[in-house]
Ligand binder design. Structure first.
Ligand code: BGP
Length: 470
C-alpha cells in the first residue's frame, strides 16, 4: 500500500539500545556470582575468546550509562544475570547481586532512561544445567522463584520486563546455543520438554508480576523472522506456512493465547517429541497474559517444499542460528535472490521488517516493541573514530520500514537496536561488532577498554532528537 503521508513515531516512543548480561558485564566470578552455562563452556569458535571480561560493563556501568544519556537514549534494555542473584540457580540469594542491579537501575532512572529488563538471556546457572537444565521441572520452579526475587526487589522501579530472550532460538538451534545434549537418546524430545517447561514458567511469571505489580508490563522476547515461500508454487506456500507455525507462531501463540497451535503440535507428534504435560500446566499457560510482544529481528527466512530425499537440511548451518534453515521432510532452506547479505552472510531485509511487524500485529493485536535489530560487522577504529556508515544505512532502512508499518496501523512503542555498546558476539567473539559505541579491546588483548561513540551513535542521537528519521 502506498501512503501519501507517514504517521509520526509516537511522542513517547522508547528509543533505546540493548545488551545482555553475559555479553557485556564481565566480572564473571566476582561478588558472589556463580557460573552460568556460558562460563562453563569448554569450546569457543576458533580465534575467539571467552566472556570473562566482555566489555567490563560491571565495573564501568556508570560511565556507560553517562554515555547512553549523552546519546539521548530513552530506554536501555539489559538482562539480569541469574547467577548474580542466585549463584546456583535455586539456593541462597546473593545480596551483592541485588545491590548491583539496584545501583544500575537507580543510575538509569537518575538519567531519565527507562530500564527494560530481560529476566533470562541464554545464561542458565550451570548448577541447574548439571541437574538436567530446562528439561528438569526443578528449573521451571527455580525460574519462577528467581523472577519473584527480582519482582520483589525491583518491582517498584521497573515498568517493563521481558521474560526469556529468544526461547525459539534456544529450542530450534540447540546445537548452536548449547541447549541440546547430543548424548541423549532423543535430544529433540528433550528440547521440546525444555520448551514446554519454559512456556509454563513464562506464563506463571507473567501472572505473578501482574498480581504483585499491576502497573508493570511484561512480554515474551522471541526472535521473529517472517518466513517467505521461495515461489508461488502452492507446495512452497505450505512449507512457509508450516515453518512460520513452527519457528514463530508456536512461541507467541503459547505466550499470548496459552495454547499450542495445531501445525506445531502435529509436527511434535511426527517427531516423537510431544512434551510431558503435568496436570494444571495448560491452565497456567492460559492464565499467563503478556501486555505486549517484544521481538528481535535481524532478517527473514525463505523456504521451499521439502524434497524428502535426504538433502532438505544440507544447507543448514550448525553454528549460526540466523543462517539458512531446512529440516528433512519439513522444509528446505532457500536463498532469497532479492536480498543482499552482510559480512556474515545474513540476509538483509528491511521490507521484511515491515512485513514481520504487520504479521505479528495482525495475528495478536498487542503493542509491539523491537528489542534487537542491527548489523554485525568488522568495524575498524581509525584515527580515533569508527565510520560505520553501513550500520547507519542498516538502521535507517529498518526505521523507514518501521514507520511504514506504523503508518499501516501497527502499534509499536519502542526500538532497542543491538547493541548499545560493543559486546561479545554469541558465536564470533568480539571481532563481530554491533555496538553504537566502540569498546577498545580485541579478542585476546584487553587494551584500555575505552568507550568511543561511533558515527552511528552520533546519527542515532539525531534520530532520537527528531523522534524519527528525516
Ligand atoms: C541474538 C541474541 C543476542 C545477540 C544477537 C547477535 O540472537 O539475542 O544475544 O548475540 O543475536 O547474534 P551474534 O552475536 O551471534 O551475531
Amino acid at each position: 500500500m502506498k501512503h501519501n503521508t507517514l504517521k509520526p513515531f509516537p511522542a513517547d516512543f522508547l528509543w533505546g539500545a540493548a545488551t545482555s548480561a553475559y555479553q557485556v558485564e564481565g566480572a564473571w566470578d566476582e561478588d558472589g556470582k556463580g557460573p552460568s552455562v556460558i562460563d562453563a563452556r569448554q569450546h569457543y569458535p576458533e580465534g575467539t575468546t571467552d566472556f570473562k571480561v566482555a566489555s567490563d560493563h560491571y565495573h564501568r556501568y556508570k560511565e556507560d550509562i553517562a554515555l547512553f544519556a549523552e546519546l539521548g537514549l530513552k530506554c536501555y534494555r539489559f538482562s539480569v544475570a541469574w547467577t548474580r542473584i542466585i549463584p546456583d540457580g535455586d539456593g541462597e540469594i546473593n545480596p551483592a547481586g541485588i545491590d548491583f542491579y539496584h545501583q544500575m537501575i537507580d543510575e538509569l532512572r537518575a538519567k531519565n532512561i527507562e530500564p527494560l529488563v530481560t529476566l533470562y538471556h541464554f545464561d542458565l546457572p550451570q548448577a541447574l544445567m548439571e541437574k538436567g537444565g530446562w528439561a528438569n521441572r526443578n528449573t521451571l520452579n527455580a525460574f519462577v522463584r528467581y523472577a519473584n526475587v527480582l519482582f520483589e526487589a525491583f518491582g517498584d522501579k521497573v515498568r517493563y520486563w521481558l521474560t526469556i530472550n529468544e526461547q525459539n532460538m534456544m529450542i530450534l538451534h540447540g546445537n548452536a546455543l548449547g541447549t541440546q545434549d547430543p548424548n541423549l537418546e532423543n535430544p529433540v524430545k528433550n528440547l521440546y520438554q525444555q520448551n514446554h517447561n519454559m512456556l509454563v514458567a513464562q506464563a506463571q511469571v507473567m501472572q505473578n508480576l501482574h498480581r504483585r505489580h499491576p502497573q508493570a508490563k511484561i512480554g515474551p522476547a522471541p526472535n521473529i523472522a517472517l518466513i517467505y515461500p521461495l515461489s508461488c508454487r502452492p507446495e512452497d506456500i505450505t512449507a512457509a506456512f508450516n515453518y512460520n507455525a513452527i519457528r514463530n507462531w508456536a512461541y507467541l501463540d503459547a505466550a499470548v493465547w496459552g495454547r499450542y497451535n495445531t501445525t506445531f503440535w502435529r509436527y511434535l507428534e511426527e517427531k516423537d517429541a510431544l512434551p510431558h504435560i503435568e496436570e494444571g500446566d495448560m491452565e497456567i499457560l492460559a492464565a499467563g497474559r503478556p501486555d505486549f510482544i517484544a521481538f528481535n529481528y535481524y532478517t527473514t527466512q525463505t523456504v521451499e517444499a521439502s524434497r524428502n530425499d535426504g538433502t532438505d537440511s544440507v544447507a543448514r548451518s550448525k553454528t549460526d542460528q540466523h543462517l539458512r534453515s531446512g529440516e528433512e521432510g519439513v522444509h528446505r532452506g532457500a536463498k532469497n535472490p532479492h536480498l543482499a547479505r552482510n559480512a556474515f552472510n545474513w540476509e538483509v531485509d528491511p521490507v521484511g521488517f515491515r512485513n514481520t511487524l504487520r504479521a505479528i500485529y495482525d495475528r495478536y493485536n498487542l503493542p509491539l516493541i523491537v528489542t534487537e535489530n542491527g548489523i554485525g560487522a568488522f568495524d575498524k577504529l581509525e584515527n580515533g573514530t569508527v565510520n560505520d556508515d553501513y550500520r547507519v544505512d542498516y538502521i535507517k532502512a529498518h526505521l523507514k520500514q518501521m514507520q511504514l508499518a506504523i503508518t499501516d496501523g501497527v502499534e509499536v512503542f519502542g526500538y532497542t537496536p543491538w547493541s548499545a555498546i560493543d559486546v561479545i558476539s554469541t558465536h564470533q567473539g568480539c571481532s563481530k561488532r554491533y555496538g553504537l559505541i566502540w569498546v577498545n579491546r580485541d579478542e585476546f588483548d584487553l587494551k584500555d577498554l575505552k568507550r568511543i561513540p561511533k558515527a552511528s551513535a552520533k546519527w542515532y542521537t539525531n534520530v532520537i532528537k527528531n523522534n524519527g528519521i528525516d
